[in-house]
Design a protein around this ligand. Structure first.
Ligand SMILES: C[S@@+](CC[C@H](N)C(=O)[O-])C[C@H]1O[C@@H](n2cnc3c(N)ncnc32)[C@H](O)[C@@H]1O
Length: 221
């Protein structure tokens, strides 16, 4: 009797041994949240492949391991772009891609400001692991390492600036993956996105130490 084996594709963690301890004094070190986002993309890979993505964009790419991980399984038919407010993170993202065989163009900008005109309506897979930690508002965007995690009130200050741009970035089949913390009030985020016509799915949820993290996927159908 023939046996069908479900061989789901595994996403390999990209090599990031080129990132030095000195780099990590300036950029976000790949952490539990980073790996949760990669695991969620792995879980959703068949769904992602079905839309035949031609353009993937990661906002706030940090070390670049997330977009590199996705690029290593989607291959060269797709174009990979990233942004970060931190110039060093952009340089390291491109290096991470290169070392792992993925060509990434990294743009140093606030969210997608300098990129919007070029990618409007074209992004098939949009990724964002934002600064989500609840902090005083004054800590948001101060100094390079603080940009990486400080999210201000409810950890939502950067997320809330980004949400209104999602609809105009995505292609009609586009998917948006957003990592959130319980304190960010994911139900409220879901409601905001529903008003823009998005359906929300919880792809993965994990408790790591004190953090209760989820990866949400937004699509238009
Ligand atoms: C939590 S880290 C995630 C880094 C990486 N994507 C990962 O998963 O490991 C958030 C990233 O967003 C970047 N960032 C913060 N504010 C930003 C902004 N306004 N525009 C672009 N990038 C920003 C930070 O520099 C940092 O690299």
């Amino acid at each position: 009797m023939a046996v069908t084996v479900n061989e789901s594709v595994k996403i390999k963690t990209p090599v990031f041994s080129h990132i030095t301890s000195e780099d990590l004094e300036h950029i976000y070190e790949p952490s539990e949240d980073t790996f949760l986002l990669i695991d969620a993309l792995e879980k959703d890979l068949d769904f992602i492949k079905k839309i035949h993505p031609m353009l993937c964009l990661e906002v706030g790419s940090g070390s670049g391991v997330v977009i590199t991980a996705l690029g290593s399984v989607l291959g060269g038919a797709c174009q990979y772009l990233s942004t970060d407010i931190n110039f060093r993170a952009c340089q390291i993202t491109e290096e991470t891609g290169k070392i792992n065989g993925v060509t990434i163009k990294a743009v140093c900008t606030d969210l997608v400001e300098n990129l919007m005109e070029d990618v409007k309506g074209k992004v098939d897979v949009l990724l964002f692991n934002p600064p989500y930690v609840v902090t005083p508002s004054e800590e948001v965007g101060r100094g390079d390492l603080e940009y990486t995690w400080a999210g201000g009130e409810r950890g939502r200050e950067v997320i809330d600036r980004f949400l209104p741009t999602v609809h105009s970035l995505l292609s009609s089949k586009g998917l948006f993956y957003l990592l959130v913390l319980k304190e960010n009030d994911p139900v409220d985020i879901e409601n905001i996105m529903r008003q823009q016509g998005f359906i929300c799915r919880y792809v993965m949820t994990r408790k790591t130490g004190p953090e209760h993290l989820s990866v949400l996927r937004f699509s238009q159908s």
